[in-house]
Design a protein around this ligand. Structure first.
Ligand code: DX5
Ligand code: ZN
Length: 235
């Protein structure tokens, strides 16, 4: 699949909940992915942590790669690592559809964004709660996806930071309509409406999916709130 086919594949499912695999049952990974697909998920959000950029470790490219031929779901990789350029080829060959890294790790991100796009993959930039929209604004034209952190990255299960919807609004105004905007951290039925009204497209959700007995009910509830409060989609 090339860059534009991937873009279309993602656009076609918006607004969407992207279950954060950080909160899944790792002993049952393949089954959980099948369950998510049966329950209507379109996107898997993979949180990669190196114990350096964030104070936690999770998993790396080999795990993503070994599951790649078992699912067609869109692979949305979120690299919370200090040196994403060093591992880029591993994540490309693992079959990621979008690769997002942090502006705090790579203050001059243009080369890396271009390398990702040249490989036919969507290029994403993320920024922490304390980093202003103005820090990523100069790079928006080269970015397919922006991931706004609504918690400090590193752990699932934290509380949504109030004010993230206002930041999302500012981001949407700066990014224009074509960049996919994602929000990550503390997203659930109680918090999704604010960012939806502010123009978000993609909602990363860990605890509010995996903490529920029925993933499908949780995903559908959040997606219908996102549709109700968010922009109208043509798909
Ligand atoms: C945090 C991760 C998130 C996190 C979301 O560093 O990027 O994707 O797992 O989990 P919840 O939805 O529980 O905040
Ligand atoms: Zn994430």
């Amino acid at each position: 699949m090339d860059h534009s086919a991937r873009k279309q594949k993602l656009r076609a499912c918006l607004p969407a909940v992207a279950p954060s695999m950080l909160k899944c049952d790792y002993g049952n990974l393949q089954h959980q992915i099948e369950q998510l697909a049966d329950d209507g998920a379109h996107v898997l959000h993979w949180d990669v942590m190196d114990g350096h950029f964030v104070p936690n470790l999770s998993y790396g490219a080999p795990i993503l790669k070994s599951l790649r031929n078992r699912t067609d779901l869109f692979y949305d990789a979120h690299l919370m690592i200090s040196d994403p350029a060093r591992y880029l080829d591993d994540f490309l060959s693992a079959g990621c559809d979008a690769i997002t890294f942090h502006i705090e790790a790579v203050p001059e991100p243009l080369d890396l964004l271009r390398r990702i796009k040249a490989a036919g993959v969507l290029a994403g930039l993320s920024f922490n709660p304390k980093t202003p929209v103005s820090a990523i604004a100069p790079f928006l034209r080269e970015t397919d996806l922006v991931l706004l952190m609504s918690v400090q990255p590193g752990f699932g299960g934290q509380s949504y930071i109030e004010g993230s919807a206002e930041k999302m609004k500012e981001l949407r105004e700066a990014a224009g309509p074509d960049v996919v905007l994602s929000i990550d951290g503390g997203i659930g039925p109680d918090t999704i409406s604010g960012p939806a009204a502010a123009g978000a497209d993609l909602y990363v959700a860990g605890s509010s999916v995996f903490g529920q007995p029925d993933f499908g009910v949780a995903i559908r509830e959040m997606e219908s709130l996102a549709r109700e409060h968010g922009p109208a989609y043509q798909n």
